[in-house]
Design a protein around this ligand. Structure first.
Ligand SMILES: [Zn+2]
Length: 150
C-alpha cells in the first residue's frame, strides 16, 4: 500500500481490528520511510470459509474469534503490535487452501502452528485453553517443546 505522503511502499501494521459486523478489517499502518500513519480497510474477496464444529454444525469462519484467542494466549508475552493480525492473515492464507470447509480442529492446529513460531509460551497456553486437540499427548508434546526451548 503506497504511503499517501511519500509514495513509499514499505509500511508496518501497528493496529488491526475487525469492523463491528466483522465483514472488514481496519488496519492502522505506519510508513517505514516517513512514519506517516494511515488506515486501510480490507474485505474478503471471494473465499468464504465454513468451519465444521465437533457437533457437526457449520458456522462461518470468524477471524475475530481467532484474534481474540491468540490475543488471550499472548497476554503478557513480548509480542509486537500487529503480530496477532499478521498471524491471523497467515492462518487465513493456509486455511484458504482447503477451499471452503475446515474443521474446528484444523483451525486450531493451524493457529497453533503459527503461534508456535511466534511465541512458545503462548502456543502452550492456546493449546491448553482451547483444547484443539483430542489427544492429551499432543498437549504434553507442546509442553516438552517449550521445555527444550529454554
Ligand atoms: Zn511515507
Amino acid at each position: 500500500m503506497r504511503c499517501p505522503r511519500c509514495n513509499g511502499v514499505d509500511d508496518k501494521v501497528i493496529d488491526s481490528r475487525s469492523t463491528e459486523d466483522g465483514a472488514a478489517i481496519r488496519r492502522r499502518r505506519q510508513c517505514e520511510s516517513c512514519s506517516t500513519r494511515f488506515t486501510t480497510i480490507e474485505r474478503l474477496e471471494s473465499v468464504v470459509l465454513s468451519v465444521i464444529k465437533r457437533d457437526g454444525r457449520r458456522v462461518p469462519y470468524d477471524r475475530s474469534k481467532v484474534e481474540a484467542g491468540v490475543q488471550a494466549a499472548c497476554k503478557g508475552r513480548p509480542i509486537e503490535p500487529g503480530d496477532v493480525a499478521s498471524l491471523a492473515d497467515r492462518v487465513e492464507e493456509r486455511l484458504a487452501v482447503s477451499k471452503g470447509d475446515v474443521t474446528a480442529d484444523e483451525v486450531g492446529q493451524v493457529v497453533l502452528g503459527e503461534l508456535r513460531e511466534l511465541d512458545r509460551v503462548a502456543a502452550v497456553r492456546f493449546a491448553s485453553v482451547y483444547k484443539s486437540f483430542d489427544d492429551p499427548q499432543d498437549f504434553e508434546r507442546e509442553v516438552k517443546l517449550l521445555e527444550t526451548d529454554q
